[in-house]
Design a protein around this ligand. Structure first.
Ligand code: SF4
Length: 345
């Protein structure tokens, strides 16, 4: 089902728009200097939307200052306290992540919804497997996840509010996939995809790619977040890579093609490949660069790349570029040489 199109700041979500990438800061929102610095880093690697934890009034008021220094839209993450939602909106936030059912009094829900309506602010209903009402729902499964989301949605629809986005996340890949499928078969609200508490980088790369990727391949999902324990920069880089590898990104970016290494490998190409990957993050150029471990198979395997290096027998490198004559590069100069080539291209 084609989803509704909504806007968080200037970012369109749903309705067949480009899938956006989100992350969440892990700084204390009250520490505005650190939060602004981290958002700027996230902007550099291509984050489209960032969420901040709003735990008290000072954090909610801090959004005003943070908004002035960053350019991507901000979502306030709020639990229970309707006043924090009101202050965040007053501070200029672009969207809220808030489950109306967690605000106990009906009049408070109405106040928040009316304010969001007046300010044209999106509200994300975020159902997480871990926080589902276990008195009402005995099991965490697709049905209970969707029913829980519908409860929150109904509270808003009854107040004539439909500027809604929904997420259905569990730490179990299958339940996450089934929940989103079940929801998208019935509702046109845009979906924010993610596998929650997906663990460290290594574990999240597998869980998130599988969970989010499977849904995207079926045409489900409008915005995504990789959940990774650690630096949120990795979340954005990983999510953007997934979109690129699925041919779902229109953005130019650098692709590193590197071989798995074997007994023929003569140099430390793992370190070169990692360094190039980190140093070229956020560069908007359509370039594929090969970093190969030997000259026997390397250049041949990498012939579809724009240029690359292969490690020679003495540990130095051979630079190759299409039909140009190969050039020999000393191993201590290879990183700078590649960076220069990327800049020139
Ligand atoms: S390119 Fe060379 S070093 Fe790398 S895996 Fe292939 S044969 Fe081994």
């Amino acid at each position: 089902m084609k989803t509704n199109k909504i806007y968080i700041g200037n970012i369109a979500i749903g309705g067949g728009e480009q899938i956006s990438v989100q992350s969440m800061t892990n700084t204390d929102t009250k520490d505005t200097a650190s939060t602004i610095a981290q958002i700027k880093e996230l902007e550099k690697v291509g984050c489209d939307i960032v969420r901040l934890a709003v735990v008290d009034e000072i954090a909610a008021k801090s959004i005003k200052k943070i908004k002035k220094s960053v350019s991507i839209p901000i979502v306030a993450d709020i639990h229970f306290d309707y006043k924090l939602a009101l202050i965040s909106m007053e501070s200029g936030v672009d969207a809220l992540r808030l489950n109306p059912g967690n605000i106990r009094k009906k009049e408070y829900i109405k106040t928040v919804i009316n304010e969001a309506k007046d300010r044209n602010i999106v509200i994300r209903v975020g159902v997480n497997g871990g926080s589902i009402d276990r008195v009402k729902y005995k099991e965490v499964n697709a049905q209970s996840m969707v029913s829980s989301a519908i409860e929150h949605i109904k509270l808003m629809e009854d107040l004539d509010f439909t500027n809604i986005k929904v997420s259905l996340k569990t730490s179990d890949i299958k339940t996450t996939i089934e929940s989103n499928k079940l929801f998208s078969a019935q509702y046109a609200y845009p979906l924010h995809l993610g596998v929650t508490e997906a663990g460290t980088l290594r574990s999240s790369l597998i869980k998130s790619s599988l969970g989010i990727g499977s849904l995207l391949l079926e045409g489900i999902g409008d915005t995504i977040r990789f959940s990774i324990t650690g630096n949120p920069i990795e979340e954005v880089v990983s999510a953007k890579n997934l979109l690129k590898f699925l041919n779902m990104s229109n953005e130019k970016s650098i692709e590193i093609i590197s071989c798995p290494t074997c007994g023929r490998t003569k140099g430390n190409i793992e370190s070169i490949a990692n360094d190039i990957e980190i140093l070229t993050r956020g560069i908007k150029k359509d370039l594929s660069i090969a970093i190969m471990g030997c000259i026997v198979n390397g250049p041949g395997e990498a012939k579809h790349c724009d240029f690359g290096v292969a490690c020679g027998n003495e540990g130095d490198y051979i630079f190759f570029e299409k039909t140009n004559k190969p050039i020999k590069i000393k191993k201590e100069e290879v990183l700078d040489f590649l960076l220069k080539k990327i800049k020139e291209h």
